[in-house]
Write a protein that binds this ligand. Structure first.
Ligand code: FUB
Length: 337
């Protein structure tokens, strides 16, 4: 169901700052990387699984991943077909949500969340000798992983870090100290917000090298953001990039529909909240990645205009991102006024 009229959607489509990268399938949660000089995008592949809408996100019933690629911004986008299907993952039963990928040497690694038969999300990894797959999954999820939205960051020193987590349908509210507690919920408004998680990966990139740590996101006074600060607190969609030696942790605020960022001096944080990256898009979710290509920076994101505003049928886009002289990201509005 769309909250927009056809006329409003048409107007927003005309005002959009960028066009859909592909229209033959629905795509979302674009994780973009430049591997060997080409842009590769690892998105969710949205389908209508016929599951009614609920706060757990069960209507996001995705089953597989397609890898997309392009030679440069504005160039044609190639769909490389199915790279991994849930039926080929021994431990996973449903809901192949937002993935990400990494390259190390000649190998490529696809990280993805999915629900096990018990309805609990874990994160898996699948390997290929091509950035476009097909990827062969490990028989078990990554030990000690949980929740959703894996994002992998390769630091300049050769270390790789996996960021993850998402509240509500992403189940992060049920974890304290990396342990699941069914009765644990999102903290009360005046309590500290839950933080995303990060763990350095082992040299083979198949397992964590350490116990996941909770990331702290601080306000301008050095205080942790509170759970009631819904316009700034972490909800889901972690991403980490490095710009001029600083670490930028970006994320979605979920129910306030913003993409925000915070900066820090190392991959573990703490990160200090800085501001918005993208104002709300058409559709409930917002999710992104940031990548550099030939000296310019790009934001990859999605909205639901292509499906007429259906929140679980999204479509990925990219727009150039600018930084000011102080390294602050210039926020984007997805539709011109
Ligand atoms: O695509 C399913 C979920 O929607 C993702 O995991 C979240 O980040 C949100 O975009």
């Amino acid at each position: 169901m769309s909250e927009y009229t056809a006329k409003q959607l048409e107007a927003l489509k005309q005002q959009a700052i960028s066009t859909d990268l592909v229209e033959h399938i629905y795509t979302a949660d674009p994780s973009a990387h430049v591997f060997d000089g080409r842009i590769y995008i690892y998105p969710s592949h949205d389908i209508d699984a016929g599951i009614p809408f609920n706060d757990n996100g069960d209507h996001f019933g995705m089953e597989d991943y397609h890898v997309l690629s392009l030679a440069a911004p504005g160039e044609p986008v190639t769909d490389h077909g199915v790279a991994l299907h849930v039926n080929d993952v021994p431990w996973a039963t449903r809901q192949m949500w937002a993935p990400d990928a990494a390259q190390k040497g000649e190998q490529f690694y696809l990280y993805f969340p999915a629900k096990k038969a018990d309805g609990i999300f874990q994160i898996g990894v699948a390997v290929s000798d091509s950035p476009t797959g097909p990827f062969t999954p490990q028989p078990e999820p990554i030990a000690g992983s949980y929740s959703i939205d894996p994002a992998v960051f390769a630091d300049d020193d050769g270390e790789y870090y996996l960021y993850f987590g998402g509240i509500w349908g992403g189940q992060l509210q049920h974890y304290r100290d990396n342990q699941w507690h069914a009765d644990h919920q999102e903290p009360a408004a005046a309590e500290k917000a839950l933080g995303p998680r990060v763990a350095r990966l082992r040299d083979d990139l198949l397992e964590f090298a350490e116990v996941p740590r909770e990331i702290r996101i601080l306000d301008e006074n050095g205080q942790p953001l509170l759970a009631g600060d819904t316009a700034r607190r972490f909800f889901e969609a972690s991403w980490l990039h490095k710009y001029q030696g600083k670490y930028y942790f970006s994320y979605s605020t979920g129910d306030t529909h913003l993409l925000c960022y915070a900066t820090g001096d190392n991959p573990y944080g703490p990160f200090v909240y800085q501001g918005h990256i993208l104002e709300p898009v058409v559709g409930w979710t917002t999710h992104h990645s940031i990548a550099e290509f030939e000296g310019k920076w790009y934001l990859f994101y999605h909205d639901s205009i292509l499906s007429g505003g259906v929140t679980h049928l999204r479509s990925i886009k990219m727009a150039e991102l600018q930084y000011d002289a102080d390294g602050r990201i210039v926020p984007l509005k997805p539709y011109r006024a």
